[in-house]
Design a binder for this molecule. Structure first.
Ligand code: ZN
Length: 252
């Protein structure tokens, strides 16, 4: 970023990235906050204000009362579809283009890493890109989702009328096995894991830094607030993720 003076910490992170043969980023909700997507753990913000996401975005709620689920999730899909990546996403995409980043493992479903130009993105919680019929498996693109809603506000399959669910991991659901296996393999190879905007508290994703450490990798944490890995980390940056990563990029 122009005119930005890199701190000793950002320069140290730039150095770690240069020294590393295999750097992997692990990102969470915090990287998308500068894009205007509130982290649902932050109370009193946006559409999470009036509902308990753990309850309404739970697979059991979806099955039991799909109209209620969609009354919450349909506007969420719309608003997420319109958001743009911020300099933190762009910095990671640029690192990949420069051959300094192997890939991004993300807990986010917002597709912002793709929009920023990242190529290798492992979405361990799925994404809003598509929806699937829970009965026959037919897939639908997010762009066509509006046509699926019946008068009750429930998305139904145009083939079999079955319930259609966004291809995101809801609370109470297991993470996609393939994506998790790829994420674990990447973590095991990492010389440096750059954890950005994640509190690193939600398993199994929270176990990925352990895998990196176990394989001799280092951790760098760029996130606001404490994480369980702070003592294991080579360094910690706790400012604004967009500013911090822009500064690191500038120091490279
Ligand atoms: Zn169907």
């Amino acid at each position: 970023m122009e005119g930005q003076v890199a701190s000793a910490q950002t320069e140290r992170l730039a150095q770690l990235i240069q020294e590393s043969e295999c750097t992997v980023a692990l990102t969470g909700a915090g990287i998308s906050v500068p894009s205007g997507i509130p982290d649902f753990r932050t109370p009193g913000e946006g559409m999470w204000e009036k509902v308990d996401p753990m309850e309404v975005a739970h697979i059991e709620s979806f099955r039991r009362d799909p109209a209620r689920f969609w009354s919450f999730y349909r506007p969420r899909l719309h608003s997420l579809g319109g958001v743009e990546p911020n300099p933190a996403h762009e910095a990671l995409a640029e690192l990949e283009r420069r051959g300094l980043l192997e890939g991004v493992i993300t807990q986010n479903i917002d597709m912002l890493h793709f929009k920023a130009g990242s190529e290798r993105v492992i979405e361990v919680h799925g994404s809003i890109r598509s929806l699937s019929c829970q009965s026959c498996g037919r897939g639908f693109a997010i762009a066509d989702s509006e046509e699926l809603f019946d008068p009750e506000g429930v998305a139904r399959c145009s083939g079999c009328e079955g319930l259609v669910k966004p291809d995101v991991v809801l609370f109470g659901e297991l993470l996609p096995t393939e994506a998790m296996a790829e994420a674990e393999a990447l973590a095991a190879r990492a010389d440096l894991m750059l954890c950005v905007g994640s509190s690193l508290e939600v398993y199994p994703v929270a176990g990925l830094p352990s895998i990196a450490l176990g394989g001799g990798g280092k951790l760098a944490i760029v996130t606001k607030g404490p994480t369980p890995y702070d003592r294991d980390a080579e360094l910690r940056l706790d400012g604004d993720v967009a500013e911090e990563l822009s500064a690191v990029l500038a120091a490279l």
